[in-house]
Write a protein that binds this ligand. Structure first.
Ligand SMILES: C[S@@+](CC[C@H](N)C(=O)[O-])C[C@H]1O[C@@H](n2cnc3c(N)ncnc32)[C@H](O)[C@@H]1O
Length: 217
């Protein structure tokens, strides 16, 4: 697969974008299917505005890019295909007003405060509101190990620990009653851990079955 997004990043001449380079193969893996589609991407945390422009350039002319940031100065990053909503990512009332306006997002990238309870509040509110095959990317999850971000090694409030527990909910249909299947079980295809990133893919299942196919020897 050509590294189009990474090339776009390296040749970017717009507003400043600030990303770890090793995130790009991960972004590309999940974002490539949405290129040139009518896609809505929400990025929490606009920084200096460059990442909003990068997503726009990569995803193409039908993409709608929605920035969320609590810094009112970020409103200046609005341009064709890019809107910015000012508010706190931990405030679900604010998030609900954004969703009311932009509809179900296909992609959410959380690059906001990286504070545990903020990441958790945004995820719990926005994940169920993704479109049916949507993708949710939490980046800079190394903050989960840092107390000043509300984290800590194996700390119960850590987003990494929360995501580990979501793996049990993903597999709940096979957990022999120990974990109760819920909406997350029914609407999630994958939870993937990368260095400093966690990615969730939504999707629905028809009946789960495991037929044996082929001729016995
Ligand atoms: C790391 S920067 C984003 C960088 C940008 N996405 C990029 O790739 O260049 C984090 C941003 O999150 C915003 N932020 C911090 N706490 C927030 C909160 N509670 N709600 C919304 N935005 C927040 C900051 O104002 C800052 O613009």
């Amino acid at each position: 697969m050509p590294m189009g997004l990474y090339r776009d990043f390296l040749t970017h001449t717009g507003r400043v974008v600030h990303k770890w380079t090793h995130y790009f193969p991960v972004y590309e893996r999940y974002l490539a299917p949405w290129v040139n589609r009518s896609v809505t991407l929400i990025e929490i945390g606009c920084g200096e505005g460059g990442s909003l422009q990068l997503w726009k350039r990569y995803l193409g002319p039908y993409a709608r890019i929605v920035g969320i940031d609590f810094n009112p100065a970020c409103k200046a990053f609005e341009e064709d295909q890019i809107s910015v909503h000012i508010g706190d990512q931990g405030d679900t009332g604010f998030l609900s007003r954004v969703i009311e306006e932009v509809g179900a997002p296909d992609i959410v990238i959380d690059d906001g405060s990286h504070i545990m309870h903020h990441m958790r509040a945004s995820f719990d509110y926005l994940y169920p509101r993704l479109s049916k095959s949507g993708v949710y990317i939490i980046e800079d999850t190394h903050a989960a190990y840092w107390e000043e971000y509300g984290g800590g090694y194996r700390a119960p409030q850590s987003i990494v620990e929360y995501a580990k527990a979501l793996v049990d909910r993903l597999n709940a249909d096979h957990a022999r009653g120990v974990v109760t299947p819920d909406d997350f079980t029914r609407s999630t295809h994958s939870v993937a851990f990368y260095e400093s990133m966690i990615v969730f893919e939504r999707g629905w299942f028809n009946a789960k079955h495991a037929p044996k196919i082929g001729r016995a020897p």
